[in-house]
Design a protein around this ligand. Structure first.
Ligand code: MG
Length: 446
């Protein structure tokens, strides 16, 4: 309809011998509305109707804008084409239409918008399981971007920005020895700041090697000359090369931290007695009940590269006052002896665990009671879970969930080879056992 209207208009124009006619009868005209052309940032073209009865030439003031007359078109006979504007800035050009016969030039203003900056990333989280260090991000960006990242992540060659969608490659450093979890935040951001274009966060989680290791339950007691919670059982666990030697501690009324599994030994209460009342008692191998200080002294004397750790279970005392006294005394002793790297803590009491975590978030604290999920343990700042094997057999996903959360996993008390093999296959970090020699033989066969 518009086309017919324009033809009619031209006929009328010529027939009426418009005021644009030159004295020779030639004319050149473009409707004033069409003398300004707006384009978006993308490449494209628009047509303009040039009314003339003479030869017409056209040209543009900018390379990115071209104009051409379409000889066989009665209307829409001037085509103005623009290239894509890759800049965020708008730009302008002038298209001129001229005829020698009428000695007249008509300018058309061409205005092209800039691109709207936009950045998107194909993932918000990058999990790096054991042994995997390389990863990629798919980034779509129409303006230059850079990557902010932790110092342990580097960019690989070829990561220079290109407009549009591109895959960018990165590598993480291997995890430091003994580290089971490292997390960091990357951001993908524009080089220039644009309103409304926020940096895009990417969370990287690196998890480390998990290998099953041996913890001797109450020391290596199930052998000649040893006894549960004795210095002999600690020494034998060290000789065996166990990762850890578990021991149970109470605090006496006069503040001595002593080893014993139960609340009483031969009728003598641990937490309600003076140490002098405990001193005369003897274990089955003839030793007195050891103090924690004696165990620390033995642990400190180790010279081999893989030192056996003391896995200190702080027993649940009858009051939180005594629980707190015991926690404070143990932590003080560990600090005074500078053996923090030789001590892991375990407890059934969440109060005891929370006190340990609160006193130093770096404390390696594992929970024994079995009633908290890996997610809840992580949220509370635990180092690991240390659950009865029945709990882990009923909740078969917990070991993997714990690993993904960066928690260590320990299972007690696993004494049959079938159960040991079950939990080795499950991938637990530690097996606490009364048969550490059997477990060692099994692990050496793996
Ligand atoms: Mg214990």
């Amino acid at each position: 309809m518009k086309k017919y209207f324009n033809i009619l208009w031209m006929v009328l124009f010529i027939g009426c011998s418009s005021s644009k006619d030159t004295s020779d009868g030639f004319f050149l005209e473009i409707d004033s509305v069409q003398r300004v052309q707006h384009f978006g940032a993308e490449a494209g073209y628009k047509s303009v109707t040039v009314m003339a009865n003479c030869a017409v030439e056209t040209g543009s003031s900018r390379e990115w804008c071209t104009s051409v007359m379409m000889p066989n078109y009665a209307t829409d006979n001037l085509r103005i084409t623009v290239a894509k504007n890759a800049s965020t800035e708008a730009r302008t050009a002038t298209v001129s239409v001229a005829s020698a016969e009428v000695k007249q030039i008509i300018n058309i203003a061409v205005r092209q918008a800039g691109i709207t900056p936009a950045v998107s990333v194909n993932k918000s989280a990058v999990p790096l399981p054991e042994g995997v260090t390389d990863f990629t991000l798919g980034v779509t960006a129409n303006v230059p971007v850079v990557f902010d990242k932790p110092e342990w992540i580097t960019e690989k060659a070829g990561n220079h920005w290109e407009s549009g969608a591109k895959t960018y490659a990165f590598a993480a450093d291997p995890l430091p020895e003994g580290t089971l979890l490292r997390e960091g935040d990357m951001t993908v951001r524009t080089v220039e700041t644009f309103a409304g274009v926020a940096p895009v966060p990417v969370h990287v989680t690196q998890t480390g090697a998990h290998h099953t290791r041996i913890i001797a339950h109450r020391g290596y007691w199930n052998t000649a000359g040893s006894a549960q919670n004795s210095l002999a059982s600690l020494n034998k666990a060290i000789e065996l090369g166990a990762y850890g030697s578990e021991l149970d501690v109470w605090i006496t009324t006069d503040g001595v931290v002593v080893l014993n599994h139960d609340a009483t030994y031969q009728g003598v209460s641990m937490e309600n007695s003076l140490y002098s009342a405990i001193q005369p008692l003897r274990l089955s191998n003839g030793e007195p009940l050891p103090t924690l200080q004696q165990c620390i002294d033995i642990a400190k004397q180790q010279t081999q590269p893989n030192k056996t750790r003391l896995v200190i279970e702080i027993k649940t005392h009858s009051t939180n006052t005594n629980n707190k006294r015991c926690v404070d005394a143990v932590v003080q002793m560990v600090n005074d002896n500078e053996v923090a790297d030789l001590v892991d803590y375990i407890a059934f009491s969440s109060y005891v665990c929370e006190e340990l975590i609160q006193s130093n978030p770096q404390h390696r604290v594992a929970y024994l009671n079995g009633n908290l999920t890996p997610a809840a343990l992580r949220a509370a700042g635990y180092w690991g879970l240390d659950y009865n094997m029945g709990i882990l057999k009923s909740n078969t996903g917990w070991v993997n969930q714990a690993k993904a959360a960066g928690l260590t996993t320990n299972v007690w008390t696993v004494n049959s080879t079938d159960d040991m093999q079950y939990f080795i296959a499950m991938g637990v970090d530690f097996i606490t056992t009364d048969a550490p020699q059997t477990l060692k033989t099994l692990l050496n066969r793996e």
